[in-house]
Design a protein around this ligand. Sequence first.
Ligand SMILES: [Zn+2]
Length: 247
Amino acid sequence: MFTINSKLNFFSLSLKIVIQFFIIGIIIMTTATSAYANKNLMLLPEYIVFDPAKDTEVPKIYRKIAKPLSFPLSAADEKDIGLLTTKFDNETNCAGLAAPQIGISKAVIVFSVPDNDPEFKKRHPDLTDTDIMPKTIWINPKYKGVKSFGYNEDYEGCFSVKNYAGRVTRYKKISYEAYTPTGQLIKGTAAGFLARLIQHETDHLNGILWTDKVDPSKFMPLNEYRRMRQTQLEQAKTTNIKNKEEL
Ligand SMILES: [Zn+2]
């Protein structure tokens, strides 16, 4: 026979059981989700790496002209673009990647210059509004330097080059054209950090690494470069010095 007390006890016991099931459910779901995420990360290709201190030659894929894609994209091309963008999304301090860096010799790059990331802005005190670019995937990109605007030098690092950064001369301004993943042709001009980023990534598709543009005696060990960059960042407010991501 149920008294009020026994009803209350029954209710409280039922509530406890429901809460326990709820908590166990959350634990199972969290574990399953993180296992799935780890599995996905494990499936991502590794970078093809050139080590200037040890390798006598640049890995072959970095000397190939990456294959231009045609539209509509094939399922295989879409899968490769997915791998590249997931790799990009999983990096911190990464402004751009090109498909050959993960062993895919296809003319695809992904890059971004965020405007809503305070950390990124702190590392790039000289960024202007025209540098800002949301995450962008370009197929078959090309650029031409606008020579009348001249050149500038700045440090670049790259996930393809082990342990070194280098001061690279680039066009200050470029004109570009590329296709979106849906096959729409876009054309425009870029300057500053964005122009440098597009040049660096597009060069990856044309058999060129930053190491081809710098005298090897001037390669700077990455730890030394990072120390220098840290010092520059501390002085950035007054000196307005550029600081770069890995590209
Ligand atoms: Zn690179």
